[in-house]
Design a binder for this molecule. Structure first.
Ligand code: KIV
Ligand code: ZN
Length: 521
């Protein structure tokens, strides 16, 4: 009996590879290691840690994750070239359980890019999968854009990959084009018709362009797939990938009609969701299934009344099943360090002493300005404090004059590489004036692509979380900050993005980051 007939579904997390490919979602080395540790602890079966040939940074992240990981299989991505595969092996070989994942675009649209005809591509698949298998006994192969590949050709290349030694065959819906009935049928047909299909695991890898990624992944499982590829919070290129938390909770809650199990400890979901949101800079939308701020909130009178009488009236899963504890104990200015540590632990943040000290100082400042500090305030506080040690730019003082008569004016002092500098600038509104002042002190060509403000809690003293996205020469970075003063939060978010941009410039200098992901020649 093969794994296809069993009910255990493997969870393959690609937050650190496909997720990190989201424009702006770059994570630092330490952040990647931290996320990999959390994925391993929560029971993810396979962690796709990166694309080793893409840059020195990716290579080192994958090899360090391979060295530190205790349980999960560590996988690296490689295009269909010996050079990519060798580099991938160099990085993953340190793992207790390494895997090489090699891919090539097989649809007519993708075959045109490396300019290979069907025969040449089939030959390339045979050579590269065999090469990978000579290095590693755990090899995954993906025909990229499988769902738009002609059926006959897809079946043929899957057979070639199996014969060449692939142990997992992944069927990607690269552009999020397929629909659930088709997704199930494609896997079922491949398993039924391709010689050798019973000896490998079939995997599903869906993108969310039509909002169908979760449905398609679950349908593929019904069709016989026993590995789901997914990311935390559904992070990923364009509309993202299948969200880990959605497929795992769907299988758990609807075990009656989907009798499959995973090895995931679901009580760790909220914690890792928050960490991924924080380090990637991609905030989770409020109404996102499972991990959104409103996913377990019952606002309307009828719902609240029903919930008080019997939680089952409106709740199909319990908040604690996903690690959301009843923690809305309000903190205030008299709360001490120990209470803060305990509260942060409840929220999923385990802090080293120096980190806790930093958060504690900022918590006290906030508590002086705001009567009640809620869980969401603390999460915003922790998130806005990221990568301070490495920051070259810091906001020191900001005073803004605004009102009905313009122009609005900002007087700003910043610390740049340890030196204090000041200026004044005007603008069309207080935020514009502040950003102009930052540009005057630290001239740059980066373009502001997005500016978003959210109130963290209710009330006029609520903190505002500001997110900005900036672009410079194809590099996209996100910045985030929170403050009870929206203009201060805006200034800090802008400077946070600039600091990340400086890190990115450093990281990509002299590396192969400009590599074309789709080029296999
Ligand atoms: O979406 C996709 O096709 C991919 C492959 C590299 C597996 O991410
Ligand atoms: Zn993908």
């Amino acid at each position: 009996m093969t794994d296809q007939t069993k009910n255990r579904v493997l969870i393959f997390d690609t937050t650190l590879r496909d997720g990190e490919q989201s424009p702006g979602a770059t994570m630092t080395h330490d952040e990647k290691l931290e996320i990999a540790g959390l994925l391993d602890e929560m029971g993810v079966d396979i962690i796709e840690a990166g694309f080793p040939i893409a840059s020195e940074g990716d290579f080192h992240a994958v090899s360090d994750i391979a060295k530190q990981t205790r349980t999960a299989v560590i996988c690296g991505l490689a295009r269909a070239s010996f050079k990519d595969i060798d580099r991938c092996w160099e990085a993953v070989k340190h793992a207790k359980r390494p895997r090489i994942h090699t891919f090539i675009g097989t649809s007519p649209q993708h075959r045109a890019i490396p300019n290979l005809d069907k025969e040449q591509m089939a030959e390339r698949i045979h050579e590269t999968v065999s090469h990978a298998r000579n290095l590693c006994d755990n090899v995954q192969w993906s025909p990229m854009d499988a769902t738009r590949t002609e059926w006959d050709y897809l079946a043929r290349v899957v057979e070639i990959a199996i014969k060449a030694g692939a142990t997992t065959i992944n069927i990607p819906d690269t552009v999020g084009y397929t629909a659930p009935v088709e997704s199930a049928e494609l896997i079922r047909r491949l398993i039924e018709t391709v010689p050798g299909a019973d000896d490998v695991i079939f995997a599903t890898h869906c993108h969310n362009d039509l909002g169908l990624a979760t449905a398609n992944a679950l349908a593929a499982v019904a069709g016989g797939a026993r590995q789901i590829e997914c990311t935390i919070n559904g992070l990923g290129e364009r509309a993202g990938n299948t969200a880990l938390e959605e497929v795992v909770m769907a299988l758990k809650v609807r075990g009656d009609i989907m009798p499959y199990t995973t090895g995931i400890d679901t009580t760790r979901i909220m914690n890792i969701s928050r960490r991924v949101a924080a380090v990637s800079g991609f905030a989770v939308q409020f109404n996102k299934a499972i991990v959104g701020k409103n996913a377990f909130a019952h606002e309307s009178g009828i719902h609240q009344d029903g919930m008080l009488k019997n939680a089952a009236t409106f709740e199909i899963m319990r908040p604690e099943d996903v690690g959301l504890t009843e923690t809305n104990i309000v903190m205030g200015k008299h709360s001490g360090r120990a209470a803060l540590r305990a509260k942060l632990r409840d929220l999923g943040y385990e802090m080293a002493d120096n980190q806790l000290n930093d958060v504690f100082v900022r918590f006290k400042e906030l508590a002086d300005r705001k009567k009640e500090v809620y869980d969401d305030d603390l999460v915003a506080l922790v998130r806005s404090g990221t990568d301070t040690d490495q920051n070259r730019l810091k906001i020191k003082h900001l005073r803004v004059i605004c009102g009905t008569e313009g122009p609005q004016q900002a007087a700003l002092t910043m610390e740049i590489d340890g030196r204090e500098v000041s200026t004044e600038a005007t603008g069309d509104g207080p935020v514009d004036a502040t950003f102009n002042a930052i540009k005057a002190l630290f001239p740059h060509d980066a373009r502001l692509q997005l500016y978003q403000v959210h109130a963290v809690t209710e009330g006029t003293d609520a903190q505002a979380t500001v997110s900005v996205r900036m672009e410079e020469a194809g590099r996209i970075v996100m910045g985030q900050s929170a403050d009870t003063d929206t203009v201060v939060a805006s200034a800090k978010a802008y400077v946070h993005a600039l600091n990340r941009l400086l890190m990115r410039r450093e990281k990509t200098r002299g590396t192969a980051r400009e590599i074309n992901y789709k080029d296999v020649s």
